[in-house]
Structures are given as structure tokens and as C-alpha cells.
Design a protein around this ligand. Structure first.
Ligand SMILES: Cc1cc2nc3c(=O)[nH]c(=O)nc-3n(C[C@H](O)[C@H](O)[C@H](O)COP(=O)(O)O)c2cc1C
Length: 181
């Protein structure tokens, strides 16, 4: 099982990137998680460019998604929704229609925010967009609120959320989670 982790934040000390690092630690043996590090280079979606031949960063994004068995997206919430760069990446990966890298790709969405709700709106919007883009959205849930209290020294230290994430990683590795409707 090859999982591609995508963080919706470019921030060096991003809690969502830290969440993906924790997910990698907690994955059972035999499964591996690679973090996609090219999101900053992905240009704004332009259908003209898509028709004429895409740039190397877009190609890298599409190839990384195609090579993965599953995506694990950790997203912050920006103004009540997913960050623009994540939506932009999903738009690129949703094309070309019929052979898109996202088509039928199992995707799990989790996230962390500094606020009280863990970014549940951002996660809901990400799942909605992914579903419309043709991905298989996995029915799972992990929203980490009050992130400064849950992370320390670059790691997820809250024991309850660590346990929840560990359980989720076990389930994802076994592919036991039923797809969302
Ligand atoms: C532009 C912007 C908008 C934000 N809007 C929200 C929001 O709607 N809800 C929320 O819980 N947090 C919001 N936050 C706070 C983020 O949850 C917080 O910055 C978080 O640490 C970002 O994730 P990261 O640590 O992975 O970069 C916002 C932050 C920024 C920069």
C-alpha cells in the first residue's frame, strides 16, 4: 500500500504537515506514506495550458497521484473552507476527463486547525470537491482542534488524537473503510 500525503499548507511549521508525519509514523508495516512536496510550484489552473501540454510541476502532481494506491490529505481551514492551493491542485488532478489521476482514487481527508473545530468545514468542502472531481472519498474523520495544544517539537503529542490517527492508519492500510456514498 503506497499512500501519498498532501498537506494543504505551505507553512514550514504546518500542523497539517506534522499530522501527515505522524500518520507516516503510525502506518503499519508494509504500508508506506510519501509526502508530496511540489504543491508550491503548481501554477494556477489554466485550461489553455492544460490543452497545450502541462508544466513539469503539474505533471509531477499527476504522476505522484497516479502512482499512489491512496491519498491522505491533511488540510487547514482558511476562511471556512479549503485553501486555494489545495483546490487548485485538485482541479489540475481532475483533468483530463476520462483519464484523470484522481479518477476513482481512494482519498481520505483529515486536518488540524488552531481554532475550536479542527477545520470540519474545510474537510467537508474538500470531500465535496474530491467527489465531484471523480475521486473515491473514504468515509473517515479526524479533525484536530486547538493545534498548539496537540503538537509539540514537530510531533503530534495529544494521546487521544494519536490513538485515533493510529486506528485510522490501521484501517486505511487494510482498506477496510467503506467508501462514502
Ligand atoms: C487566511 C487564513 C484563514 C483562516 N481561517 C480559519 C478558519 O476559517 N477556521 C479555522 O479554524 N482556522 C482558520 N485559520 C487558522 C488556521 O487554522 C491556522 O493558521 C492553522 O495553523 C493553519 O494550518 P497549518 O498549521 O497547517 O498551516 C486561518 C488561517 C489563515 C492564515
Amino acid at each position: 500500500m503506497r499512500v501519498l500525503g498532501i498537506s494543504g499548507s505551505l507553512r514550514a511549521a504546518s500542523y497539517n504537515s506534522q499530522l501527515l508525519h505522524a500518520a507516516r509514523e503510525l502506518l503499519p508495516k508494509g504500508a508506506e506514506l510519501e509526502l508530496f512536496d511540489g504543491l508550491r510550484e503548481v501554477p494556477p489552473y489554466d485550461q489553455d495550458l492544460d490543452n497545450d501540454g502541462v508544466s513539469a510541476p503539474v505533471q509531477a502532481l499527476r504522476e505522484a497521484i497516479s502512482a499512489a494506491d491512496m491519498l491522505l490529505i491533511a488540510t487547514p481551514e482558511y476562511n471556512g473552507s479549503l485553501p486555494g492551493l489545495l483546490k487548485n491542485a485538485i482541479d489540475w488532478a481532475s483533468r483530463p476527463r476520462g483519464s484523470a489521476s484522481l479518477a476513482d482514487k481512494p482519498v481520505a481527508v483529515i486536518g488540524a486547525t488552531t481554532g475550536s473545530f479542527g477545520g470540519v468545514w474545510a474537510q467537508a468542502d474538500t470531500r465535496k470537491v474530491l467527489g465531484i472531481a471523480g475521486a473515491r472519498v473514504i468515509d473517515c474523520d479526524l479533525a484536530v482542534p486547538h493545534a498548539p495544544e496537540c503538537f509539540a517539537d514537530g510531533g503530534l503529542v495529544d494521546l487521544e488524537f494519536r490513538a485515533q490517527l493510529g486506528e485510522l492508519m490501521r484501517r486505511l492500510a487494510q482498506f477496510e473503510i467503506a467508501d462514502a456514498a
